[in-house]
Design a protein around this ligand. Structure first.
Ligand SMILES: Cc1ncc(COP(=O)(O)O)c(C=O)c1O
Length: 500
């Protein structure tokens, strides 16, 4: 009787008339990649039938609030009417030609996407996935620099192909084969779980519960009011900036670790450094301010190029900026993207400088489906819709509200260790207790996770120990949806504590 009530929704899904749940599970067992049996995600699997914006319906007609967006992918909403219309229009015109012919959709899209990136990031390669984009970026970094070694963060996820598995530093995704040749992982500057971090380190409305070890006044906050105008609606947002002359001790310590990696684990010249602006699969881990700026400088001094993996953080998800790297005040030499770029349609991209692209012209690079007319029409409509629907602003407003309210729950519950993120790229790290910061066990995480689903909300899990709940919804969600989720999350934690 005291279950939180789903916000209303006018959309009526079709009645499900497909195969039975038992039949689907049997086919999954017999004919699908066996690993998919391990990752049905829930003890009682979700059988999804239809989606509309932030809502999903299962085959029994039950509605769920989707706060995971098919792993941070459905950026604008399931079957968003504008994007669906763009796809339908293109389906009737031209499906495929390959880019050996000149067709307008690819050129319209490349020009449009390039307009969202700062100079000199203007040359675009279209792929079909994020792994493929990162694979290509590795190749280009090596060819351009003439060096081989690439550095990424521990706990990162950059893909599952044989090459990108080397970049990825997350045990469940590693196979015992020679994938890591030339890939070295440095300490992730995680200001909650790592050895250093304080209460001013990150660019988020919510800081860690740790004390700051920096000298008094060094992480001075400067409050600035920003006025956003969006389709005649004026909103005023207060953003806290940190004094750029302040030295964050945690940042310096983690940079020290990167210097150790340079001194011990790679040759004097390297090919590149991959980093997500905010880790996704790693559990929305944020780095201390200025870390990336300093890291980029050190990488470039060693001949390497800097690659921002925006597969999860791009397209307005962080709210304050269109790209995650802009929040770190850096300009990468290459940006890789996928997931939200197509609102669920398979497309990825590598964007780089004309100079780096020129080093990649000695042989042909051919990709049958990369830049297909349908993918380009969809991705073009995604860019237009982000602007027309004020999606980035919504991500900022609703995300800031969600983060701030989650921080209140963190202060009430011993097992919520950290709340972090920006916009709608959010992590909630669960612990046994706030003093030890030990990860909550996988069994406990699953119990809470299942309970949240049973109350009508889908979220994700991440972190090296699977200890972080991930909230990366379609960016159309509302404050009403957030209030519903907060009530569900609070209840699931209380239920878990009561059962113990
Ligand atoms: C940051 C990041 N990079 C790359 C990838 C790989 O993308 P895909 O699954 O499209 O190959 C992922 C996938 O989760 C990701 O999160």
């Amino acid at each position: 009787a005291d279950l939180p009530e789903l916000p209303p929704c006018n959309f009526k899904p079709d009645e499900y008339k497909g195969m039975s749940k038992g039949q689907m599970m049997e086919i999954r067992r017999q004919n699908c990649n066996p690993v998919t049996m391990k990752i049905t995600y829930y003890k009682k699997p979700m059988f999804i039938h239809q989606g509309h914006m932030q809502w999903l319906w299962d085959v029994d007609g039950r509605r769920y609030l989707d706060l995971f967006a098919g792993v941070a992918t459905v950026s604008l909403g399931h079957c968003h009417p504008k994007v669906t219309a763009a796809a339908q229009k293109q389906l009737k015109t031209l499906w495929h030609t390959t880019n050996i012919y000149v067709h307008p959709t690819l050129h319209e899209y490349c020009e449009k996407l390039a307009s969202y990136l700062p100079d000199p990031l203007k040359v675009i390669y279209l792929t079909n996935s994020g792994s493929e984009a990162n694979d290509l970026a590795m190749l280009m970094a090596r060819l351009h620099t003439g060096n081989f070694d690439i550095i990424t963060f521990r706990g990162s996820y950059h893909g599952g192909t044989q090459q990108t598995m080397g970049l990825t530093s997350n045990m469940p995704y590693k196979y015992p084969i020679a994938t890591s040749s030339g890939c070295t992982h440095t300490m992730c500057p995680d200001v909650f779980r790592g050895p250093w971090g304080g209460s001013h380190c990150r660019d988020s409305p919510v800081q860690t519960i740790r004390d700051c070890s920096c000298a008094q006044g060094c992480c001075k906050a400067i409050n600035i009011a920003f006025i956003h105008t969006n389709l005649c609606i004026i909103t005023v947002t207060k953003i806290i900036f940190f004094d750029p002359t302040g030295h964050c001790m945690a940042s310096e310590q983690y940079i020290g670790q990167l210097k150790e990696t340079f001194a011990t684990s790679v040759p004097s010249r390297i090919a590149g450094f991959f980093a997500e602006p905010i880790q996704g699969m790693g559990g929305a881990v944020q780095y201390p301010k200025n870390y990336l700026k300093e890291a980029y400088k050190l990488v470039r001094e060693r001949g390497g190029i800097c690659i921002a993996d925006e597969v999860q953080t791009g397209f307005g998800r962080t709210g304050s900026h269109f790209w995650g790297f802009q929040g770190h005040e850096v300009i990468p030499d290459m940006v890789t993207m996928a997931k939200g770029i197509g609102n669920g349609f398979p497309i990825g991209a590598v964007v780089t400088t004309p100079e780096i692209a020129a080093s990649f012209g000695k042989a042909y690079h051919f990709n049958t489906f990369g830049g297909s007319p349908i993918a380009c029409a969809v991705a073009s409509s995604v860019l237009d819709t982000i602007k027309e629907d004020g999606i980035q602003q919504n991500s900022h407003n609703v995300g800031t509200y969600l983060l701030t309210e989650l921080a209140k729950l963190r202060d009430q519950h011993e097992i919520i260790g950290d709340v972090r993120g920006k916009g709608l790229q959010i992590g909630v790290e669960m612990v046994t207790d706030k003093v030890s910061r030990s990860p909550l066990s996988p069994e406990a995480m699953s119990e809470i996770f299942e309970d949240i689903k049973d109350m009508g909300v889908l979220i994700g899990k991440g972190g090296v120990y699977g200890q972080t709940f991930r909230i990366q919804p379609p960016m159309c969600i509302t404050k009403e949806d957030v209030d519903f989720f907060l009530a569900v999350f609070n209840k699931a934690i209380n239920n878990y504590v009561d059962r113990k």
